[in-house]
Design a protein around this ligand. Structure first.
Ligand SMILES: [Zn+2]
Length: 330
């Protein structure tokens, strides 16, 4: 039996079911600890909100959720375990570090100048994948890396290389953050160069680009692309995400695409005041309520939708290539 590491233990990969590959129960920008008291006071509310979202999602058929919160964004794996237990939805948590401009605690940045950062990060990621996060005993099941707009900084490059090495030691798959539809092909190039097979890589937030050349370049190399920011119209119009997605599905790339929203359900510290009118659709059920019906209306077969929501996550965690992945000539 092949298994996947979730926050509540290993589960049979065949039981993953419908999976959202990129949502966040809780996020805190580095520094949230300054509001630790308010954060502790809000923990019960956070837990209740997460369980409520999970119940809504369960009613839509969701059975597994990947929360790729990296080490430095307020990750709380114990909250994830409580929510998984209360809701019956599997949660896979991540090890890994965020992009330099919004993460990169000084500790890790300093180590890149004055230590063996690559070795130390690799060791840390492997430990979180094989022994557990801190003293919780809760193990990560996926490795998260991230880059900012238009370049990969030396710090981010170190994180990517450490992730690749941790993958080679453990077999855990890698999921990435990209900004504004840039640097996906460069992330892929770097990871492939470090010996990570393409089928173990999801290039996240690929729906932030509308130039199909960007997507084809990565699909032709065998990577899976995250169309995982549906509803985040403040960053990129859903209409364009859909147009590209429908086009790629029309070409037969359904085995290399996964869907999600990148929603954040709770914030550590004080929650940012996001104007609701700017994000009317940014909720974790939007794919099921709106995107799937729109795909059907555009003529996308149910089988292709199931492939993206069920089969691809399963194959990613099984560590299996998409056998029928289309090549450039296909
Ligand atoms: Zn995210």
């Amino acid at each position: 039996m092949q298994t996947v590491q979730t926050v509540t233990g290993r589960v049979d990969v065949e039981t993953l079911g419908t999976t959202l590959m990129h949502e966040h129960l809780l996020v805190g920008w580095p520094g949230w600890e300054a509001e630790a008291m308010a954060d502790r006071a809000a923990r019960g509310d956070h837990r209740a909100r997460c369980v409520e979202h999970m119940r809504e999602l369960h009613a839509h058929g969701l059975r597994t959720l990947v929360d790729p919160c990296p080490i430095d964004l307020g990750r709380d794996v114990e909250l994830m375990a409580e929510v998984a237990q209360a809701s019956g939805v599997h949660i896979v948590c991540a090890t890994g570090l965020y992009k330099e401009d919004e993460g990169a605690p000084v500790y890790f940045r300093f180590r890149t100048h004055w230590g063996d950062a690559l070795g130390e990060m690799t060791e840390l990621f492997v430990r979180e994948l094989t022994e557990g996060v801190g003293e919780t005993g809760i193990r990560a099941g996926v490795i998260k890396v991230a880059t900012g707009v238009g370049r990969i900084t030396p710090y981010e490059e170190t994180v990517l290389r450490a992730a690749a090495r941790a993958h080679r030691e453990t077999g855990a798959p890698i999921t990435t953050h990209t900004d504004q539809g840039t640097m996906g092909p460069q992330q892929l190039e770097l990871l492939l160069g470090e010996g990570v097979p393409a089928h173990a890589i999801v290039i996240g937030h690929s729906c932030g680009a509308s130039d199909v050349h960007y997507h084809l370049e990565m699909l032709d190399r065998g990577a899976t692309l995250g169309f995982d920011r549906f509803g985040l119209e403040i960053l990129h119009p859903d209409r364009e995400r859909l147009a590209v997605l429908i086009g790629l599905l029309g070409l037969g790339f359904e085995r290399q695409l996964v869907l999600s929203h990148d929603t954040v359900w709770c914030w550590r510290g004080r929650a940012p005041k996001l104007p609701a009118e700017l994000l009317p659709h940014w909720k974790p059920t939007y794919v099921f309520e709106t995107i799937v019906p729109r795909l059907r209306a555009a003529g996308v077969a149910d089988a292709k939708i199931r492939t993206m929501l069920e089969e691809n996550p399963r194959r990613y965690f099984r560590g299996e290539p998409a056998a029928e992945a289309i090549s450039a000539s296909g």
